[in-house]
Design a binder for this molecule. Sequence first.
Ligand code: NAP
Length: 278
Amino acid sequence: MSFDADDPTLYALLGDPVDHSLSPAIHNAAFQALGFRAVYVSVRIEEAGLLESVMRALAVPGGGGNVTTPHKGQAATVLNNPSAAVRATGACNLFWWDKGAGLCGDNTDIESFRIAAEHVVGSGLAGLKVLVLGAGGAARAVVYGCVRQATAGVDVLNRTPSRASDLLRQLGHPAGARALPGVGDLATEGYDLIVNATSLGLRESDPLPLQLGGMRAGAVLDLVYGPKGTRFVAAARDAGLKAEDGRRMLVEQAAAALEVWLGRPAPKEVMQGAVGLG
Ligand code: NAP
């Protein structure tokens, strides 16, 4: 088998699990709309030790890709040229090759979270009180994004409380952000926005990341997504809250990635249509 210049450029999502991902549908719809000969696939990477060689194998010939759970932290450590956002969060979700700079990476979760959060809340995030569930790579981007948007406070609640404290330490203990030791008396707190940045909801059998009954909250953004939303979003709407799943954030980060790879505007409406967003 041989390859030549007419072969499509290859892009991939690297993570574990990746079967549920809508990224291939979004990117392949965009490539087709732009008439660009490229293919986007998802590749399950079980061993973090394989990540760097797969990233280089994709990027060096002119392609690139995205990194998802649980490898965003590892991806940040193998870059030749991490962006300021990668350095601040220790997490990379986008990579490409630059002849001069080598393997480059960025964290587009921060800006795509802001856009999706503002959409569900219906306003800017400044002055809002936010509860973040989770302390992995996505939560780091969310907390960093909230602090940059001057939210009034960010509480971080994680199954493993020490990881919530680690997250805040890594971000330099930002003012107004605190790690909660447990659910405690969460019901007495009021939040303008609750963000699910845990991986709960990826599997049908998962419990909800939080029982919303009795909580005073304005809106819910679930970073987990499904073709028709998630059970957490359904529960939030049943409780009378505004709620959206992670598809808008996913499309926003995919559009940002496409613009980096191709150097031209992304067909955002086509990409939204590919995941059932109007
Ligand atoms: P990660 O680094 O692997 O972190 C996973 C988080 O989920 C950790 O806080 C972990 O808690 C928690 N968790 C896992 N299983 C749990 C359980 N059974 N009960 C309670 N908590 C549990 O993953 P990530 O990269 O941050 O991604 C998190 C989720 O966000 C994934 O579903 C990913 O698909 C989604 N995401 C979506 C977008 C989007 O564009 N929509 C972007 C980024 C991420 P421990 O620390 O205790 O293990």
